[in-house]
Design a protein around this ligand. Structure first.
Ligand code: NAD
Length: 392
């Protein structure tokens, strides 16, 4: 069938198989060109491996370090009869697997709910079958709006709300390409609790404990999870909001996981990454406008990075290649350093109050934002003929 983009709010409900495959090959090529990473991981488990930062982490582990990879993700298969393409992450994983196997890299994929005990067990079984039988890198890169508690069956939902007082903020309606004011409501105590349960560190810790008990953690194992801080501009909705509470919990959990991994002479930490267009970030109010301005500023300064560039830098310049990790006062690795550079933030801050619907395309990189968004789903690539029939 011919697959076209069907955008609904911050979601595109279709994905192009060849476009997604081409996105993955492009990332693999980038890593190959940058060169092999010395003393890298041998067997990496990536939880949340099909899109965004997790996919890029998997590509760098596989094609940069030459590692076996086990990927856990939650994606929808295609359905020819109902003419429903698979989700982008499904196509991304299919192409990653094809390329990795051609390169002789061991690859195992687990498609299902990472929060469940069942998927954790399936993953442990897959690790045992891998060439080393143990993992020496565990990346936690989940972004999910809900979580079912594996013990009680209770379903927690995360919300994007402020804490304390309601906020009205400038935002971008990405459907209409218009500047609007959004009211960000105040979260209840219960909503804060559920957001922390969903996006906090509890599940990361359950993973490490399950892997520890199963005896599949290798000597020197590293585990890292991803978080975001961002500028004061987005604090009310992000860092000081419900999601920020969950991220603080995740960051505190790193200390407990670090204590477990110390027994293996390993370590755990949180890496604070840069704001980028991904399926998760496009759902956050205010962030698409901030990202459109940030991209404009960082591209003009020649320091813009996408997921694969951020992850390659994390692995090659921080984690491996004979480097030492540089931690901030709170024990976190900061690859958001370029985003938060003073001159970058000042330039964003100067543009912010002046943006209107009329000048959006001139003074921000809204065009770049939109094309990056469509690219997440395999659309808008110059190398793909979108009028052609494709198998979904
Ligand atoms: P994403 O939406 O691209 O990826 C999320 C991944 O989680 C996908 O692989 C998806 O399949 C998987 N997933 C979701 N629910 C699942 C479930 N129940 N079971 C198994 N897999 C599931 O998101 P992203 O932006 O790459 O975010 C990954 C992490 O990076 C998050 O912790 C996020 O907060 C963090 N981060 C993102 C940004 C950003 O700007 N995008 C910046 C800094 C940090």
């Amino acid at each position: 069938m011919v697959v076209t983009p069907k955008v609904k709010g911050f979601l595109c409900v279709t994905a192009h198989p060849e476009g997604c495959a081409s996105n993955v090959r492009e990332q693999i090529e980038y890593v190959k060109e940058k060169g092999a990473i010395k003393d890298g991981c041998k067997t990496a488990l990536i939880i949340g491996s099909s899109t965004g930062y997790g996919l890029a982490s998997r590509i760098v582990a596989g094609f940069g370090c030459g590692a076996s990879t086990i990927g856990v993700y939650f994606e929808r298969e295609g359905n020819e009869e109902r003419e429903r393409p698979a989700s982008a992450g499904w196509y991304n994983t299919a192409e990653f697997t094809k390329q990795a196997e051609q390169a002789g890299l061991y690859t195992a994929n687990i498609n299902g709910d990472a929060f469940s005990d069942e998927i954790k067990q399936q993953t442990i079984d897959a690790i045992k079958k891998s060439p080393t039988g143990k993992v020496d890198l565990i990346v936690y890169s989940l972004a999910s709006p809900r979580r079912t508690d594996p013990k009680t069956g209770e379903v927690y939902k995360s919300v994007l709300k402020t804490i304390g007082e309601e906020r009205e903020d400038k935002s971008l309606d990405t459907d209409r390409g218009a500047i609007v004011n959004v009211k960000v409501p105040v979260a209840t105590e219960r909503e804060i609790f559920e957001t922390v349960k969903t996006m906090g560190g509890e599940d990361w810790e359950l993973w490490i404990k399950a892997l520890d008990e199963a005896g599949v953690i290798a000597e020197g194992c590293t585990s890292m999870a991803y978080s975001y801080i961002g500028p004061k501009l987005t604090y009310p909705i992000y860092r000081s909001g419900t999601i920020g509470m969950a991220k603080e919990d995740l960051e505190k959990t790193a200390e407990r996981i670090d204590a477990i991994l110390k027994l293996y002479r390993g370590k755990a930490f949180v890496s604070i990454n840069k704001a980028l267009v991904t399926q998760a970030s496009s759902a956050i109010p205010v962030v698409p406008l901030y990202v459109s301005i940030l991209y404009k500023v960082m591209k003009e300064k020649g320091i813009h990075e996408d997921c694969i560039r951020q992850m390659y830098r994390l692995y090659a310049d921080n984690l491996y290649n004979g480097n030492f990790l540089d931690f901030d006062d709170a024990g976190r690795v900061r690859i958001d350093d370029l985003e938060l550079r003073e001159d970058v933030q000042q330039a964003v801050f100067d543009i912010w109050p002046n943006v209107t619907t009329e000048n959006l395309l001139d003074i921000t990189d809204y065009a770049g934002y939109k094309s990056e968004f469509l690219k997440l789903f395999g659309f808008g690539r110059p190398d793909i003929d979108y009028s052609k029939d494709v198998s979904i």
